[in-house]
Each structure stands twice: as C-alpha cells, then as structure tokens.
Design a protein around this ligand. Structure first.
Ligand code: SAH
Length: 398
C-alpha cells in the first residue's frame, strides 16, 4: 500500500478506468481516505482494493479526479511529466512538417496524457493553460519542463477558461516568463501570415484546430462569392482570398477580431477591394442578407461552442439548425456549405442529423462531399472520445 491518499470507487465504477478513460466523477467514489488537498496525487482503487490509477484530486469539481497514469510504477511528478511532454512534442514533429506553420498546439490535455494542460507555440512564444487542479499543483514543474523542451523563453499564461473555474481556481493570465515582445507577434500558417494577440485574443490567440480546414477552404474558394460567418481574425477569409475567391463577406460580433482581420489582410498584401466586413450577430445577419436577396456560392459557418457537454445538446441543436437553415437560404444552387461544430456535447452523428433537418426545412438537397476534423496537433485518443470535439461537413447544394 502506498502512503498517498486513497480514493476507493463504488462497485462497478472501475469500468471506465479499466478502459483508460481519465475522468473520475464524484458519484463514482465510495470513500476518500487521507484528506487529500486540491491537486494532490491520489491512489485510486477499485471496490476490491486493486490499484487502478494515479490521479489528481479536485474537490471542487464534478470531475473529482483526473488520471495521471494507469501504471502503478509511474508515480506522478516531474519525471513523468517530462516524458509525456517529450512524447507530445515528438508526435507533432512526426505529423506536422515544419514548413506548414510555426503556430501549433504542442500539448492537448487529456489527449496527450496531461489532463488540463494546454501549450500552444506561436513562433517564439509559448502560451499555456493550466486548467485542472493537478496542473495548478504542479505549476512550476510543468512550466519549467515546457520552457526547457520547447526552447521558448517567453511564456504567456491564458488560464481563463470556464473549465478552470469549475476546478475551483480563479482566472490566471499574463506574462509568466521572459520579457514582453517589442512588437506584434506574427506567425505563418500554410503560407499566410497572421498577427496574433496572445494576451487578449480568444482562446490562446488563434483557433489552431482549423488550420488544415482553412487551407482546404482556400482551395475550394476559387472564383466563388464567399460568405464567412464567425470569421474571428480572418482565418477562412484570408485563405479564401488567397485561393482566388471573387469576394468574401466576413461576419463576426467582435470588433477587435475584425480590426485584427483587416490588419491581417494588409499584412498579406491582399487588396482590400474583395473583402467586405460586417460586425453583427450571425443569427440576425443571415436573415437580413436573405431579406436583401444576397446569394453566395460558398458559405463557411464556424460558430463558437454552443454545447460544452451533452446536457446542452438540445439547445445547441436548435442554434445549429437555425444558422445552417438560414445559410442554405443564401446559398446558390451548386454552392458549397462548409459547416462546423466544436461542441463536445454534439456528436458527429447528431451534427449530420441537424444538417439533414435544416436541408429538409430549406427544401434543398445536399451532397455530402467531405468531412473535417481538427488538425493533427489536436490528437484524439480512442479511449477519450471527448477529445474529438471538432467536426465539419462540406455539403454541396444540388
Ligand atoms: N473561423 C475562425 C474561428 C471562429 S471562432 C478562425 O478560423 O479563426 C468563433 C467566432 O464567433 C469568434 O470570433 C466570436 O467572436 C464569434 N461569435 C460568437 N458568437 C457570435 C454571434 N452570435 N455572431 C457573430 N459572431 C459571433
């Protein structure tokens, strides 16, 4: 028996751990022994007393513990974290050729065996999120290892997500290592340059998961009139323009995002004449475009997360149906709709059903041309399906 505090599970509740799913919900726990504090390592045992996992205890959260290791000999600490971080970096080296980009997700939480840890590299700057009690407990060690292995001397923290609050920690943000850059931070992705605001932008600055889907949209946009809804700092807009789109109308509700999008356009030397910008709520804007009789031959819908968990799926489904239905109403025959959902609570099957419902209501027939997922620096472990949150469909209106 180890000296670590112990969690004993209720009978039958060891099943998900035996399948290597890393979350232990409060309702699965029969007994907590040894009074662990937030972030402490606990020894997780089945009802029969057998070892199941080492996990980080999180008394404030419904996810009461997150697994560091299923191997009894792998005691959580700097050695194990160093090994995991090195493996995560090696995976990126294997799947993303360096010429693709200098902005990528180096560590993706549970999917890299490091629950709650996110690390994104933007050129010479690393942006980290410590989103779980376990990561907070090991803050200094994790940041030190990330700094050493990445070679980045400048580190920003962006631990300001809802998930961190659920773990019982206030937001924590700002420069935590190195000195502030003396100018805007710039990165390149598939040959397109972006200025990134890691301090005040959304997420850690860019939606890196859409990298390859942006590039694909660029290939599809040639000669088309494009409508890019939820454009943020111009990702799909720039790809479409670089790919030879006739015009792109970009809609977002965030004024700072649109400002940055316009700067990004200039940065890439794209003439501003083909780009139109609209600061608006997409739900209303689509209705207005339709009322005005506007039509497009390529619509991109990349909304924010409507359903973080399956509990929100029904409300989210109504939101997805609404925007997709209205997008179909401004899409010409022969036009393309690239539609995405980054809601963990909406499965790919449900998302496809929502689209089928929207098509039926719009009275159109759609051909399923392509399916999309997150870029490979957002790996998916088969035992952790929550990691597969981003899905997309390319549909052609017949
Ligand atoms: N496609 C973008 C990422 C989109 S993220 C890229 O490739 O970079 C979602 C965007 O939707 C954010 O920029 C956010 O500001 C915007 N947004 C959220 N709710 C909105 C709404 N109701 N109407 C318009 N924009 C919205």
């Amino acid at each position: 028996m180890s000296a670590a505090p112990q969690l004993t599970l209720k009978p039958g509740r060891e099943r998900s751990l035996l399948r290597r799913h890393p979350w232990i919900f409060s309702g699965a726990i029969a007994e907590v022994r040894g009074a662990p504090h937030s972030g402490d390592t606990v020894d997780v045992r089945g009802d029969d007393g057998r070892f199941l996992a080492w996990a980080a205890y999180s008394p404030a959260s419904q996810i009461r513990a997150r697994v560091w290791s299923f191997d009894e000999t792998e005691i959580p600490g700097p050695d194990l974290f160093g090994k995991r971080i090195e493996a995560a970096f090696a995976l990126r080296r294997a799947v993303i050729p360096p010429e693709t980009t200098n902005a990528l997700r180096l560590v993706h939480g549970e999917s890299d065996g490091l629950p709650g840890l996110v690390a994104d590299r933007y050129a010479d700057t690393l942006v980290v999120q410590l989103l779980s009690a376990g990561c907070e407990r090991w803050r200094e060690a994790l940041i030190g290892i990330l700094r050493e292995h990445s070679g980045c001397t400048r580190i920003h923290e962006r631990s300001d997500t809802e998930g961190r609050e659920l773990e019982g920690f206030p937001a924590s943000t700002g420069l935590i290592a190195g000195t502030a850059a003396d100018g805007p931070l710039r990165i390149v992705e598939h040959g397109i340059e972006y200025e990134v605001d890691v301090a005040a932008g959304q997420k850690t600055g860019l939606y890196l998961d859409q990298r390859d889907n942006r590039a694909r949209a660029g290939e599809l946009a040639h000669g088309r009139e494009v409508l890019n809804c939820f454009s943020y700092t111009g990702g799909f807009t720039l790809s479409a323009l670089a790919g030879g789109a006739r015009s792109v109308l970009s809609i977002d509700s965030s004024a700072p995002a649109l400002e940055l999008a316009k700067r990004n356009l200039a940065l890439n030397g794209v003439e501003a004449g083909r780009a139109e910008w609209l600061e608006a709520d997409v739900f209303g804007a689509l209705r207005k475009l339709r009322a005005e009789g506007r039509q497009f031959d390529f619509v991109v819908l990349d909304p924010p997360k409507f359903a973080p968990t399956p509990k929100d799926a029904e409300r989210a489904a109504r939101g997805y149906k609404d925007i997709n239905l209205n997008a179909l109403k401004v899409l010409r025959r022969g036009g393309l709709l690239a539609t995405f959902s980054c809601s963990g609570g909406v499965s790919p099957e449900l998302f496809q059903k929502i689209l089928a419902g929207a098509a039926a209501d719009a009275g159109v027939s759609l051909l399923l041309r392509e399916r999309y997922r997150a870029a490979p620096d957002h790996p998916v472990r088969i035992e952790f399906p929550e990691g597969e949150y981003l899905k997309g469909l390319l549909l052609e209106r017949l």
